[in-house]
Design a protein around this ligand. Sequence first.
Ligand SMILES: Cc1cc2nc3c(=O)[nH]c(=O)nc-3n(C[C@H](O)[C@H](O)[C@H](O)COP(=O)(O)OP(=O)(O)OC[C@H]3O[C@@H](n4cnc5c(N)ncnc54)[C@H](O)[C@@H]3O)c2cc1C
Ligand code: FES
Length: 356
Amino acid sequence: MTATRTTVRHRVHRFLDLVTTPLVPADYLDLINPLRPGADLRGRIVAVRRETADAVTIEIRPGADWRGHVPGQHVRIGVDVAGVRHHRTYSLTSAPGEPTISITPKRISGGLVSSHLVERAQVGDLVHLAQAAGDFHVPVEAPGKVLLVTAGSGITPVLGMLRAGLSDATDVVHVHSDAGPDDMIAGAEIRALAAGGRVRLIERHTATAGRLTAADLCVLVDDWADRETWACGPAGFLDALTDHWDDHGLADRLHTERFTPAPRAIVGDGGLVSFTESALEIDVPAGRTLLEAGEEAGVLMPYGCRMGICHGCLTPLSHGTVRDVRTGALVIAPEGESLPIQTCISEAAGPCHLDR
Ligand SMILES: Cc1cc2nc3c(=O)[nH]c(=O)nc-3n(C[C@H](O)[C@H](O)[C@H](O)COP(=O)(O)OP(=O)(O)OC[C@H]3O[C@@H](n4cnc5c(N)ncnc54)[C@H](O)[C@@H]3O)c2cc1C
Ligand code: FES
């Protein structure tokens, strides 16, 4: 009985394939139900809430194949702006296990996608999604004492943690720096947590008190060294915290999330790169990532954050050696096998083949 049904379904699909070419039946199914199981992963915007003058929370119903997330993780989304698809990464600000997920983009001056999302995202819009990723999260067995240090939009991954009940499991101090009280995303919500004794919140406003420094932190939180710390904010701020924790021999107790790339440590060697599927061979100079080189040559290269975080650019390296420009480490394709590499942070280190 099941075999007969399968055969009939198979014939119906083949018939539909023939009559609907050049589109395939899946394309029509996507039009009817773009969130169905088996479709490319997308989400539909179900609410847009203003957070501050330049940030909104966008609530998204993800497709059926969404696998869920851990608080603190991020998601790569694809949005069409003026007919061109752009991908960016945003921290998930919702607690896991809900029927919807949320992200909270903050508009940056001249920012293409953040401006689009903050000014023009609408209920009903579809966005493309990747699965949640990232290791900026508190372990299931939370440490006894936690310090959260955030600045500006860097509060977003921590919001996901607090909404998931982090402070029910552990003693949390949250230090947040922003221009003024009205600039803090979800300020009212976190102040309410603090008023209920669930979190010790320390706000610092740059408009009146200047930029928060690592030295300030030690004064504001006297037991900072006893706390496992998660920090997210501008690059300079995170660099200063990293140096401070390093200087005190506590590097392994500080976890950071960066929204912008860490400075490049190394310039690679360059080399002759074959894009095997595109039948292209180009001489890539030192100082150019394989992602940039492929794009310049017209190869369709996947990407997301462009800074080595999201793995959206993974591409098989089937031959040769590349260099990770963040660390200088060499990555060598094993004989007869392909190794997925992040093209956005890799440069050629001699001749190599990429299966694109
Ligand atoms: C793991 C991760 C999580 C993130 N989570 C969030 C989040 O929750 N909320 C959020 O608002 N953003 C978040 N971002 C940043 C986000 O991915 C985009 O980089 C940001 O929205 C800018 O994109 P854009 O298209 O508007 O700017 P673009 O048009 O790409 O860039 C315009 C200019 O702004 C600079 N720029 C790019 N990003 C930033 C930035 N973050 N800060 C300052 N200058 C920048 C660029 O160098 C460029 O000069 C996250 C990034 C990562 C990697
Ligand atoms: S594009 Fe995100 S890791 Fe390369």
